[in-house]
Design a protein around this ligand. Structure first.
Ligand code: M6R
Length: 369
């Protein structure tokens, strides 16, 4: 069943181009998004949405955080992302103008299911982003947009994550069209970017071996930090989560801008830090800020592994290692930058002799609260 791969996780990591391709399949027609599953949500209703609340746990919540940047930019609707288990117990403000979007690979996560039920009771309309046909969460929601990543067996979520972002981006672009916040030309541009992702993912996967070498070299590391900014921030947290759950190594993801508000105190000689660097072309204002963060931590002895766009030479003098991702518009970088982090965590776990498909203490779907 592993199709010749060493683990389900390795197989699923390699299936990411397909996962995105299949999630887009049939949903982009003539430079337009077509989501028949949302037929019940008429344009009038989508125009009336005042606020979107995304509820999810773990990796799915990080997909939601990435999508927040895109949906707000494209559709100009405020989006908040909340962990399902926090949402339900804090008397959230919900009304008929709030759209609640849940994200769950399994569709069975109890925390998210209870949050969806709660949102419905409070009168909100609910859409579920789910990878499992007929699961409980989609059945409890008003509509479902399925991700077509195929079954994900490994406990660590990988291909479902990129498929979730792809589905949420489709939704965001649909919303932008309905609400008239993007021109037809802008929409077509973004859709072209989205459709180019699978091929770029193949390029990133081509570097897996280099990431593996890096992981073997770091097998004795006790703590790893991850920094990112804008859409790179949730990716930093996702990289840290992968490392915790697979390699049992202490890891933290930070917003790079937060560094001097505390986390920089953690930097001591030899501390490995992954930095997700925004594109110098797409994020002309943020790029130099992140490069200067790299200088600051390097000056304090950090070992910097930069994940940077192909051709970005500014990081070279300061990074110990540079992993390259293909050129993409800023909102599409997370889909690519996450891959080396997944592979790093997996390889490091393997170097430590751990079971990457079934890490200790974890279940694939958490069906208890
Ligand atoms: O099935 P779900 O997407 O609802 O699962 C949510 C989380 O439990 C899940 O993403 C978890 O964080 C993964 N093990 C992360 O790799």
């Amino acid at each position: 069943e592993k199709g010749g791969w060493s683990s389900f996780m390795r197989k699923e990591v390699s299936e990411q181009p397909e996962a995105v391709r299949n999630t887009l399949l049939g949903r982009v027609v003539d430079h337009q998004v077509v989501i028949p599953e949302l037929a019940d949500f008429g344009d009038e209703e989508l125009r009336a949405v005042r606020r979107i609340t995304v509820i999810a746990c773990g990796t799915a919540a990080y997909a939601g955080m990435v999508a927040k940047y895109a949906i707000e930019q494209w559709a100009r609707v405020p989006v908040e992302v909340e962990l399902s288990h926090e949402f339900r117990y804090r008397e959230p403000v919900l009304d008929a103008d709030t759209l609640v979007v849940s994200i769950s690979q399994s569709g069975e996560t109890m925390d998210t299911l209870m949050a969806v039920k709660y949102a419905r009771e409070m009168g909100a309309r609910t859409i579920s982003i789910c990878n499992t046909q007929g699961a409980t969460i989609p059945r409890e929601s008003h509509a479902v947009v399925y991700t077509h990543a195929g079954p994900e067996v490994a406990v660590a979520s990988t291909k479902a994550f990129v498929a979730q972002i792809a589905a949420l981006y489709l939704f965001g672009l649909h919303l932008a069209r309905v609400r008239g916040t993007l021109t037809a030309e802008q929409l077509a541009e973004q859709l072209a970017e989205l459709q180019a992702v699978p091929e770029k993912l193949e390029t990133v996967l081509g570097q897996a071996e280099r990431v593996g070498e890096l992981a073997h070299w770091m097998a004795d590391t006790r703590s790893v930090l991850f920094l990112g900014r804008h859409v790179g921030y949730p990716i930093a947290m996702e990289g840290a989560l992968k490392l915790k759950e697979l390699a049992y190594i202490h890891a933290e993801g930070f917003a790079a801008g937060e560094l001097k508000h505390g986390p920089i105190a953690l930097i001591e000689p030899g501390q490995p830090v992954f930095v997700v660097v925004p594109s110098p072309r797409g994020s002309a204002t943020l790029h130099p800020k992140v490069v200067s963060n790299i200088q600051e931590i390097r000056a304090r002895g950090a070992r910097v592994i930069a994940i940077a766009e192909a051709g970005d030479a500014a990081v070279l003098p300061f990074a110990d290692e540079v992993l390259r991702i293909p050129l993409a518009a800023p909102l599409f970088e997370p889909l690519l930058a996450v891959v080396p982090l997944q592979i790093f965590a997996m390889e490091l776990a393997q170097a430590k002799g751990l079971d990457v498909d079934q890490p200790r203490n974890l279940a694939k779907s958490v069906t208890v609260e």
